[in-house]
Design a protein. Sequence first.
Length: 237
Amino acid sequence: MLAESLGPGWLPDGVRIYAVGDSHGCAERLEELHARIADDMEDRPVDQALLVHLGDYVDRGPDSAGVLARLRDSPVPGVATINLVGNHEQMMLAALAPRASQEVVGFWLDNGGGATLESYGADPRDRRGWAAAVPAGDLALLRALRPSFGMGGYFFAHAGVRPDVPLDRQDVMDLAWIREPFLSWRGRLPAVVVHGHTPAEGPEVLPHRIGIDTGAVFGGALTCAVLEGEMLGFLFA
């Protein structure tokens, strides 16, 4: 049974959103979490369900290729999926560009890109093999990732928002990278922001934001926020 409490935002009647935090190459954990979402759907059917992945699918963990393979399919049957872009996907695409500078490539490798290349069987020390190692379907998926998504009283982005900018004018780099002044903000926002990007020991629930990066790649849980009406619950793997 999913334990629920009153959440800080709201969704229209008949809608449930499953929002999944940063998986960072933890493909087995993501598969387990998808199975728990499927079980929850079977136990508690709903008119419309959405699965929102909040980004940072790649780097640091052992199987980034496996994570992207799951996202290419329909990971939870009968549930529509929206995949958002994280800063690590931005770094990966920039580093794999044909004319990427050594500075751009080095920045990605310094932030866990080597583990992603190894998951494809590529040598992080030899750029000549990178283009052939990453499937075209994975690159197309990465290029199609959305910067944000909103519904009802919730707004979903990888890292957060710039508090003094309207939601429809947020910069894609802020949506994927911001920490401050977003994390320390204590004022109102136009919607409750559901985000990852900044690891914490457990979900952070505040009146204006819900943080669900719980450090799966560092030994914490992989977290899914379950939002329906005015209720909030969590699933973990």
